[in-house]
Design a protein around this ligand. Structure first.
Ligand code: ZN
Length: 183
């Protein structure tokens, strides 16, 4: 749960980070930045600011903004009926991204998920993404990522996105953001 004031503040902050990338965006698009707190109400630690630029029946293009050290929690994109699930490329555009998926765990990971939720992070194979680096995750593959100390902006290029059906490892997470008006 997040207040309207917090939501608007996070959206403005995300717009400022997007501005640093030099990517051409229209004012109306910046208004559509979605602030996701994953139902935890701990936006500084766990959250993402997402601008969907394309989302059709076949493919999706999104910009994902993360504040400094903010974590997009571990999840996977499941198959749904005849759809084999979302295949996703994460490409770093600005800042630094610590990204984790299946494979040999790193010995000394740079990413630090929130301490009280650490048990819900099971993937520890590390890729450090600088601008221009990308990693592709097949459907049904657990992954999570965290921004470096200055934040990060990355692209998500994927097949059809059905965000509300994504499966998160942390049972406390709800993908839909609930905004309350007070505050
Ligand atoms: Zn994903």
């Amino acid at each position: 749960m997040i207040t309207r004031t917090e939501y608007d503040k996070a959206r403005k902050r995300a717009a400022l980070l997007l501005e640093k990338t030099g990517i051409s965006l229209q004012p109306g698009e910046l208004e559509r930045i979605e602030v996701a707190d994953f139902g935890l109400g701990e936006l500084e630690q766990t959250g993402a600011e997402i601008l969907a630029l394309v989302n059709t029946e076949k493919f999706a293009v999104k910009l994902i903004v993360l504040f400094p050290n903010q974590t997009l929690p571990e999840h996977k994109h499941p198959s749904i009926g005849n759809y084999s699930g979302k295949e996703e490329a994460i490409r770093c555009e600005w800042g630094l991204l610590y990204l984790y998926g299946p494979g040999e765990p790193g010995l000394n990971p740079k990413g630090h998920p929130p301490e009280h939720r650490k048990s819900t992070y099971t993937m520890w194979h590390e890729e450090v993404l600088y601008p221009g680096d990308q990693v592709i995750f097949p459907p049904e593959t657990l992954h999570w990522f965290q921004a470096g100390p200055e934040g990060a902006v990355c692209w998500s290029y994927s097949t059809k996105a059905v965000d509300l059906l994504d499966i998160f490892t942390d049972p406390d997470i709800q993908r839909g953001t609930m905004i309350v008006d007070k505050g």
